[in-house]
Design a protein around this ligand. Structure first.
Ligand SMILES: [Zn+2]
Length: 327
């Protein structure tokens, strides 16, 4: 049997210690090289695109000669308004991409010696950036696309005494927090997950996201019946076999395996509103599982500097939570 990719030398092209040893000046240089790659690291104005930029001698800011806009190396990126040194941000990206099953915010907070809240938001900013690189449609031209759903969250602890326990499979005994991740995964291609309440609510979105002309593979669940009207759909009955040689949803299951391990082993709990972010992260990891960590680091850093300031994560802990009045 051939060697697993992650054991091979090709999988290791990033040295965490090299990133950690960078001085702040070196880290800024590395960051500018990624951010302004098209001008070989020479800053230009993020507002008007003017290349005539003045660097202050006393502070680490730039001023555009054209529109007088002042900016820093992280202005306009997902790391805008940062307080952490640039080196720590690069280190966070390097640590983040190394975790095949994700990296928990608590662990990141200890790695970087920052508060849990800081690490939580930082990891989510990286997640948002890499998710924006994902696809919005899969399939087409006879491409095989596997579809399946799996449930996450809403765990109910069984009562201590047996006579107090309820059948947790019944809807009336659940807490309504459970969500379904439905995945559309091209064989040898891209993975596209989304969240809904139940598997059978997923069909309209699947019709939207899976291009006509795809060959769809799904399991025996009744909710997938409407797919036959639109796609050449092949089903596999999991009560009989996981694969009949052609029809299987093993690629979709493989994605679920990764996100399940991330939930149970890494994060321990994924709250419903954030499930989509974790699903997107895991699809990125799944699609790039044969990419070296050095490349992953550059891909994530690139996505982060190209991604505008996050509406959801900027000032997250200072936000005003507007709760709808209970009626
Ligand atoms: Zn300008």
């Amino acid at each position: 049997m051939s060697q697993h990719f992650l054991l091979s030398k090709a999988a290791r092209s990033l040295s965490l210690s090299a990133v950690a040893r960078m001085s702040e000046g070196e880290a800024r240089e590395a960051f500018t090289a990624i951010r302004w790659a098209e001008t070989a690291g020479k800053p230009f104005c993020p507002r008007c695109g003017c290349a005539s930029v003045y660097a202050y001698a006393s502070r680490r800011i730039y001023k555009c000669q054209g529109c007088k806009h002042q900016f820093t190396i992280t202005s306009g990126t997902i790391f805008a308004s940062r307080k952490l040194p640039v080196r720590d941000i690069l280190l966070a990206i390097a640590i983040f991409v190394n975790g095949a099953k994700g990296h928990s915010a608590l662990q990141l907070s200890r790695d970087l010696n920052v508060q849990y809240k800081t690490a939580f938001v930082l990891a989510h900013k990286i997640r948002e950036a890499i998710a924006s690189e994902g696809v919005s449609k899969v399939g087409g031209n006879g491409k095989p696309v596997e579809i399946d759903g799996a449930y996450f969250g809403g765990y109910i602890k069984p009562a201590n005494w047996r006579e107090h326990r309820r059948d947790r499979r019944l809807a009336r005994n659940q807490n309504g927090k459970r969500r379904c991740v439905v995945v559309m995964r091209e064989r040898r291609g891209k993975t596209l997950p989304f969240i809904c309440r139940t598997e059978d609510q997923a069909v309209p979105e699947i019709k939207d996201r899976v291009a006509a002309g795809s060959v769809v593979y799904a399991d025996e669940a009744g909710g997938w019946e409407p797919l036959h009207a639109r796609y050449l759909t092949k089903r596999i009955n999991h009560k009989e076999a996981y694969s009949d040689g052609e029809a299987c949803t093993n690629q979709a299951e493989s994605f679920f395996s990764r996100i399940r391990r991330a939930e149970i082993g890494t994060h321990h709990h994924i709250a419903g509103p954030y499930l989509a972010a974790y699903a997107d992260e895991m699809s990125w990891r799944e699609d790039n599982r044969r990419t070296s960590n050095g490349e992953l680091y550059l891909m994530a850093a690139n996505a982060a500097v190209k991604h505008p300031t996050s509406k959801q994560w900027k000032g997250y802990w200072q936000r005003r939570v507007i709760r709808e009045a209970a009626e």
